[in-house]
Ligand binder design. Structure first.
Ligand code: AMP
Length: 191
């Protein structure tokens, strides 16, 4: 199995690149942000739990997020592997992912962090907000809060996997195809 983590701040291109990688490697794409938005749009209890946190750009509590992720992974018992996008965002989430994959006799293959500077991120998310309809993409102070949450709560996950020799940084600035090339080359080196 190949299990990749696409890492990086909001607006760094994780979703765009994940969609392209899925085509190339036939992996299952799991975006916890997309899962929460789906639950919210269907007014489920899980969506209700996530709503207030997402509106503020805060992280949904680990207990909620980890349970949802586990269910999603377990719903694909025959997967050739996964691309995790927007997960793990905390050390407890990373530990839970490692445990879950170990139970399945597999592990995280590599983590790829897309690097994009803050001002570029704000511009990209505002642009995305014009078509995404996401409330958290349409308010600059929420966008900046999401960037701070990434720096304070999520970036330690890079070091956690670096200790396992699995983290790599990728330049996230440039054309979509160019960035995809960089990622594909880095992934090819894993074999
Ligand atoms: P995203 O689509 O990845 O930018 O996520 C949008 C929002 O969903 C985040 O700002 C969080 O409120 C919530 N969220 C997504 N993934 C996670 C996660 N792994 N842990 C906690 N909250 C999350």
């Amino acid at each position: 199995m190949i299990n990749l983590i696409l890492f990086g701040p909001p607006g760094s291109g994780k979703g765009t690149q994940a969609a392209k990688l899925v085509e190339q490697f036939q992996l299952i794409h799991i975006s916890t942000g997309d899962l929460f938005r789906y639950e919210m749009s269907h007014n489920t209890p899980l969506g209700e739990q996530a709503k207030a946190y997402m509106a503020k750009g805060e992280l949904v509590p680990d207990s909620v997020t980890i349970g949802m992720l586990r269910n999603k992974v377990e719903s694909h018992p025959d997967a050739a592997g996964f691309i995790f996008d927007g997960f793990p965002r905390t050390i407890p989430q990373a530990q839970a992912l490692d445990e879950l994959l170990e139970e399945k006799g597999t592990r995280v293959t590599g983590l790829f962090a897309l690097h994009v500077d803050d001002e570029e991120i704000v511009q990209r998310i505002k642009l995305r907000g014009l078509s995404s309809g996401r409330a958290d993409d349409n308010n600059e102070s929420i966008i900046r809060n999401r960037i701070n949450v990434y720096k304070n709560e999520t970036s330690p996950v890079f070091d956690y996997y670096a200790e396992q020799g699995k983290s790599q940084s990728i330049n996230g600035i440039g054309e979509i195809e160019e960035i995809f090339e960089r990622l594909s080359e880095a992934i090819a080196q894993l074999h």
